[in-house]
Write a protein that binds this ligand. Sequence first.
Ligand SMILES: *[C@@H]1O[C@H](CO)[C@@H](O)[C@H](O)[C@H]1NC(C)=O
Ligand SMILES: *[C@@H]1O[C@H](CO)[C@@H](O)[C@H](O)[C@H]1NC(C)=O
Ligand SMILES: *[C@@H]1O[C@H](CO)[C@@H](O)[C@H](O)[C@H]1NC(C)=O
Length: 349
Amino acid sequence: MHLRVVPCAQQYQPTRTKMEIFNLIFILLCSVFVSAHGFSRNLPILSFDEGYSHLFGDNNLIVLKDGKSVHLSLDERTGSGFESQDLYLHGFFSASIKLPADYTAGVVVAFYMSNGDTYNKTHDEIDFEFLGNIRGKEWRIQTNIYGNGSTNIGREERYGLWFDPCEDFHQYSILWTSTSIIFYVDDVAIREIKRTESMGGDFPSKPMTLYATIWDASEWATNGGKYKVNYKYAPYVAEFSDFVLHGCTVDPTELSSINCEARKSSDSIPIGINASQRVKMENFRKKYLQYSYCYDNGRYKKLPSECVFNAKEAERLKRFDPVTFGGGRSHHHRRHANGNGKGKRHVAI
Ligand SMILES: *[C@@H]1O[C@H](CO)[C@@H](O)[C@H](O)[C@H]1NC(C)=O
Ligand SMILES: *[C@@H]1O[C@H](CO)[C@@H](O)[C@H](O)[C@H]1NC(C)=O
Ligand SMILES: *[C@@H]1O[C@H](CO)[C@@H](O)[C@H](O)[C@H]1NC(C)=O
């Protein structure tokens, strides 16, 4: 297939003054281009050495003989990780990952973008995090973003999965454009973050490096730190392959004058989700969403401005986690009252 995908998301700046009919035609055109192109299937798959380099963990990072697969392991000495050789502004980034099985409490595998090394106080981040679990309980996936150092506002979501991520490789992808961020698991879009004006700098907007790591997060990863990494079961090995790094590469010495939109590489990435993918996404969220900051009134007295209430998601979360999402205000007041001794009897365990 040699159809070029029109970067609709970048050209298409919705304003209230535009006619509905124009919008509709435009969206239709976009989806035709996307479906003609296919999903990520046509994007080039890189070998490890073409796109990535060693970050930490010495021999706990092993590049397999084919050069296209990597094992990252965590043992009592160290975790391990790799990073992309280039910085990217926007693009489609993907890897197939197989997670370690059995007891993995406290273990975190992360596939993410960040520029914390370059911008200390104003860094951006887009995260896929896999949180290990005790034996017999499934891994959970967490997604999150930070923009321009917005670390005081976590935008986490957590989900279960419709498959066992230890049994086989599955593709995890991040699509990042100037107007939205979409997280995919295999062909299913699981989350879409649309840039809104009120988000301001909180939407990631500076070039970032891709990272993959495995590490000991005993302090928080499983039941808020209740279950720690048990090195009796080490090494914990996460397998990575099918590396796609398809974005606008940025010269780190020219950070002040980036002109990605004009470059060729940003023209051939997928640009968004079509109607049938949106239905799939809604079905996924109705079934597998386990946490969303947008419904956590205990944490955010005033929800971040981009949050849009969705009755089905609210109902799902209420059923899944009545303590956090169910009982309305009273639960949270009780939990927070713990500190001053009032209401201790009501603390949820
Ligand atoms: C929507 O996109 C998916 C994934 O790219 C594709 O398989 C499907 O055919 C598309 N559907 C339509 C109606 O364009
Ligand atoms: C930023 O700098 C401070 C002190 O200079 C340091 O403690 C911190 O770890 C740095 N943060 C990042 C993300 O590099
Ligand atoms: C990011 O933060 C810095 C420092 O707080 C500020 O000067 C800058 O305007 C912010 N950028 C955006 C895009 O909000």
